[in-house]
Design a protein around this ligand. Structure first.
Ligand SMILES: [Zn+2]
Ligand SMILES: [Zn+2]
Length: 133
C-alpha cells in the first residue's frame, strides 16, 4: 500500500479508493451508493471521510461540477490551491501541475496589493481525446 495513505481511517481509504478508480470526477451520491456496498451506510460518515480527504489534499473538489477527484500530484496535499482543466464534452477534469503557474499565483496580489490564501482555478475547453473524435 502507498505509504502516503497510512494516516487514513478505514472509511477514508474506502472513499479514496472509489474516487481513485474513477477517471472522471464523481458526485457525492455515486460515492454514497458505491460505499454502501462496503458497509458504510450512513451518509454523514461518507461526508466526514470526504471532508478529511479534502483537508489532507488527497481529494479535491471541482467546484463548478460539485464533484470530487483524487489528487494525482505527489506532495500536492493542499486544499486551497487547485487548478483544473475541464472538458465541456466529456466532463473529465485534469489537475494541472505547472510550476510557473503555481509560482505566479502564490505571489499574486490584487490591485490593492492584497495577497490571498488560496485559489480554485478551472480552465474550460475540449480535451485531447475529445478533439480526436
Ligand atoms: Zn492535488
Ligand atoms: Zn473530453
Amino acid at each position: 500500500m502507498d505509504s502516503k495513505n497510512k494516516s487514513l481511517s478505514k472509511n477514508q481509504q474506502i472513499v479514496l479508493d472509489f474516487i481513485q478508480r474513477n477517471k472522471k470526477p464523481v458526485k457525492a451520491y455515486s460515492i454514497l451508493s458505491s460505499v454502501q456496498k462496503k458497509g458504510i451506510n450512513a451518509p454523514p460518515q461518507v461526508y466526514r471521510a470526504l471532508d478529511k480527504l479534502i483537508e489532507k489534499g488527497k481529494v479535491h473538489k471541482v467546484e463548478s461540477q460539485n464533484s470530487f477527484v483524487a489528487c494525482k500530484i505527489l506532495n500536492c496535499e493542499t486544499r486551497h490551491a487547485t487548478i483544473f482543466s475541464i472538458c465541456y464534452k466529456c466532463d473529465s477534469a485534469s489537475e494541472i501541475n505547472d510550476t510557473k503557474l503555481f509560482n505566479y499565483l502564490s505571489e499574486f496580489k490584487d490591485s490593492g496589493g492584497a495577497k490571498f490564501d488560496g485559489y480554485n482555478l478551472e480552465f474550460f475547453g475540449t480535451c485531447n481525446s475529445c478533439k480526436k473524435n
